[in-house]
Design a protein. Structure first.
Length: 216
């Protein structure tokens, strides 16, 4: 049974990815700072390397962990927590020599890539994830494919109540699908990009936003 590591997998999008991976016959290993999986601080190389040794060979990696956009972080700390952790986890995982046919999916955002929103560090960090994805895709394929998803407004615990705010209602009114995204919508895109069905898909940033950004 192939293993997929899902960082930030205790709730929201990460939890949906882990559930769908399990349903599709993968062994899903959840890393998070909250209960619900292995307690792993992805800001610590020592913690990440110890967790990788405990997990054993993992064919797939999903980098989903990161601070909430509403967090009051200094710019440098926010960017480091957003994209720096993705680089740390990915480089440590690559050092374990994952098997051929391995794949990585990084969770970016429409923020910073397709639209400009608050906060500055969140936009910069999510755009950097897309850039790092393209860098890897041109360096480690065909042994490992690397892609990213860019969710729009997704109804997760972090976004609780946002849909009832004036800005949230405005976003929903302008979405062709007429609703917020669900964690399962993003999970389905992630599992597709990991799967052999996407064997010739490498280096893409896939928006999962109901068409909101193309309707602006």
């Amino acid at each position: 049974m192939d293993t997929v590591i899902v960082t930030g997998g205790a709730s929201g999008i990460g939890a949906a990815i882990a559930r769908l991976a399990t349903e599709q016959g993968l062994r899903a290993v959840v890393w998070d700072l909250s209960p619900g999986g292995m307690i792993v601080d992805v800001r610590s190389r020592e913690a990440v390397e110890a967790a990788l040794a405990e997990v054993g060979p993992a064919r797939y990696l999903v980098n989903n962990a990161g601070p909430a956009s509403s967090s009051a972080l200094p710019f440098a700390d926010g960017v480091a927590g957003t994209v720096g952790t993705v680089e740390l986890v990915t480089s440590a995982w690559l050092a374990t020599d994952p098997p051929d046919g391995a794949a990585v999916v990084n969770v970016a955002s429409v923020a910073g890539n397709l639209v400009g929103t608050d906060s500055a560090w969140y936009c910069a960090g999510k755009a950097a994830i897309a850039g790092y994805t393209r860098h890897l895709a041109t360096r480690i394929a065909p042994r490992v494919r690397v892609n990213a998803v860019a969710p729009g407004f997704v109804d997760t615990p972090r976004m609780a109540g946002f849909g009832d705010t004036p800005l949230g209602r405005s976003l929903l009114d302008r979405n062709p699908m007429g609703r917020a995204g669900r964690p399962e919508d993003v999970a389905a895109a992630v599992l597709f990009l990991l799967s052999p069905a996407a064997a010739y898909v490498n280096g893409v940033l896939l928006p999962v936003d109901g068409g909101w950004t193309v309707s602006q």
